[in-house]
Design a binder for this molecule. Sequence first.
Ligand code: SAH
Ligand code: SF4
Length: 356
Amino acid sequence: MLIYDLDLPTLTLRLKEWGEPAYRARQIWQGLYQHLYATPEAFTNLPKPLREKLAGHFSFAPFLVNAQQNSSDGHTQKILFQLPDQRLIETVLMRYGDPADDHENSAAKVRNTLCISTQAGCAMGCVFCATGQMGFKRHLTSGEIVAQVLYYARVLKAENEAVTNVVLMGMGEPFHNYENSMEAIDRLNDAEGYNFGARRFTISTVGLAPQIKRFADERRQVNLAISLHEVDDNKRLEMMPITKKYKIDDVLSACRYYVEKTHRRVTFEWALINGVNDTPETARALAQKLKGLLCHVNAIPLNPTLGYSGQATDRQRAQLFKETLEQAGVPCTIRMRRGIDIQAGCGQLAGASSAV
Ligand code: SAH
Ligand code: SF4
């Protein structure tokens, strides 16, 4: 079993079964999440037999680094991790800028934003997304989600830096793997462990309405982003099959419920596709739909993928879309495309070479 799959109470119970005092569990927890130890041997504060026992019962290495790529602008790095069952997942580090607030006109803030995967592949089948194009392989365990963050926490620590933001926007649909995704956030959030503030996480969903409501009821401080991309159900259905199950109005009413419960702003994501969803009429229709909802639109020109022929909206049309939305009262930012040259952009993660 992967040691990162355990929470502190479970680890404490296990240690108790081994006849170890309770403080040992805490020492291990702090070793894992504060000192960022990556192997049992690193726990020099533990007696050797206990270290050996840990090594015998738990895996500390959830994956191998299969490949690592850096974008030509030096801001983005992508790692392809190989899981023990040979499945591949990708994790992306962006050395500044946060998809949640980054736009072309803003002064770049120094941030180390990590984009992590919650599944190998994805079952939602959005046609413009490389992960959707590869289909669903499996859910990641909470420990496999956590371990992606710890990996980069160690890399950055060696450079006297730290992860500043984590977005669950890599491969997979986090609300389709709800429990494991939330457990991963809780584990990283633990004050006695990694202590990563809830507000520094952003979870992005294709719009699973019941899970949005559940998330609202849990009143989490985690930021919520919804991948909307269309205002018309029939058009959205052509791109995003989940629309068959949850209509745009179902998603938006779940969002309204979320804002009522949490008083937190929702982000809507919009991949701008030339001639498809980028006209001023669409922007006005979108503004109409979002009326009175505490929200913000993040528009990003479509990233290329092999399986989809749609083209990105150019800068001028993107600007017009943004201005039209804003004139109608909906704040909008245009996100920069990042890491396109290494297929590390939104929707380009495929664990192989199926992106262009
Ligand atoms: N499954 C979740 C999170 C992962 S996808 C979701 O869909 O929200 C992360 C983001 O990338 C989503 O907003 C998704 O709509 C967007 N995306 C997918 N393919 C894209 C592409 N080709 N270009 C730009 N954004 C894309
Ligand atoms: Fe899955 Fe998100 Fe890609 Fe859609 S956009 S296929 S939900 S990863």
